[in-house]
Write a protein that binds this ligand. Structure first.
Ligand code: ZN
Ligand code: ZN
Length: 376
């Protein structure tokens, strides 16, 4: 317990902070280091208690004034908070602080609840096609699982555990430190509240063993990069038979050679000939599910123009319908023309510019006529 840290410093506020600032700072920090969010972390737990202690003093104007004048001495034995000064000096009864510190630890119940096992992450890459259809798959992970021999109790099968004498089964012990009562994890049972006299051989009393586990994963259609699939209870087993954490499958989608994806929209490029661009026509685009979409190319389409096929994109994750398929048109310039094609193109150019083209048939015919005249 960080009793020696200044309360204002603990709450990361100025000494002049008003009530609202205090409250906001307290809430933020309490959220951050709440034991439920940091299972098994002694540091967070100690900080959580310390900030509760700090806030309990600073939120009360009278306690705060005393703290500002005398520091923590105000609340220690021999300080103003002791004996007769209580009540009269306005320090009130501190039992409310202890209640908020220790929750129900001393309220009759044993502990706040068992510490869950840790959550685990597994990264899984699938193809775009699999993301489209969804699929069931099996993964294998090495995980600390509940020991089968002792059923997670840590006690050798046939034997049992007994309640810890030192802490009376609470898992925590209290010690007086100045005015404050400090709570510590019981050194005898390490917080379990019970003592194993004859530990299980398989897990050495841990209650869990490392195991390779096969886990079925049902990937729904429409998963995207970063989609998380939670599989409850498939994380690490909790200590001493406590519930397991969860397993989170982080989805990754492999790069596709044709399609790019943005949410439910799929993009692809379609190269078309310049004659199709000029005259119009039809092209066929294969979808990610193997179906074919016939797309109408309007006359005179420009390179870079996008055409949209509604409902031909990716399925909506856990929803209905599908996104769109967007096709970007790339007009291709021909590179290997035959002599005949060149001739035709030259003639076409003449119609555009009005200038005679040395490669067109008309020009050739004229040259031939000229030579014929000369040689006659
Ligand atoms: Zn065991
Ligand atoms: Zn104990």
């Amino acid at each position: 317990m960080s009793l020696d840290i200044d309360y204002y410093e603990l709450l990361e506020v100025e000494r002049t902070a008003d009530e609202k600032t205090l409250k906001t700072a307290y809430r933020r920090l309490a959220m951050e280091c709440h034991p439920d969010r940091n299972p098994g972390c002694d540091k967070s737990e100690a900080k959580f208690k310390a900030i509760n202690e700090a806030y309990d003093v600073l939120k009360d104007p009278q306690k705060r004034a005393a703290y500002d004048r005398f520091g923590k001495a105000a609340f220690e034995n021999g300080g103003m908070g002791n004996g007769g000064a209580r009540g009269g000096a306005g320090f009130g009864d501190f039992s409310d602080i202890f209640e908020s510190f220790f929750g129900d630890a001393f309220g009759g119940g044993r502990q706040r609840g068992p510490v869950r096992g840790a959550d685990l992450r597994y990264d899984l890459e699938i193809s775009l096609e699999d993301a489209f259809h969804g699929r069931a798959t099996e993964i294998a992970i090495d995980v600390a699982a509940k020991c089968g021999d002792c059923d997670g109790t840590g006690a050798k099968p046939g034997t049992s555990t007994r309640g810890c004498n030192l802490c009376g089964g609470h898992g925590k012990v209290r010690a007086q430190q100045g005015f404050f009562v400090v709570e510590r994890t019981c050194p005898t049972c390490h917080g379990r509240g019970e003592v194993i006299e004859d530990p299980c051989r398989k897990c050495s009393g841990e209650g869990r063993v490392d195991e390779r586990q096969k886990i079925e994963v049902n990937i729904p259609p429409g998963v995207d990069e970063g989609t998380r699939i939670r599989i409850a209870g498939k994380g690490e087993a909790g200590p001493n038979g406590a519930p397991a954490g969860d397993l989170y499958i982080f989805m990754h989608i492999a790069r596709h050679k044709v399609f790019e994806r943005d949410g439910t929209t799929l993009f692809c490029r379609a190269p078309i000939s310049f004659t199709k661009a000029a005259l119009g026509g039809e092209i066929e685009i294969p979808g990610p599910d193997g179906s074919k979409h016939s797309v109408n190319i309007p006359e005179g389409i420009q390179s870079g123009k996008q055409l949209r096929v509604r409902g031909a994109g990716m399925p909506v994750l856990q929803g209905r319908g599908r996104g769109d398929l967007v096709i970007q048109i790339d007009v291709e310039t021909p590179t290997r023309l035959t002599a005949r094609q060149k001739e035709l193109l030259c003639e076409f150019r003449e119609t555009e510019t009005g200038e005679e083209c040395p490669q067109s048939r008309g020009f050739f015919d004229k040259v031939k006529e000229f030579w014929d005249d000369l040689t006659e």
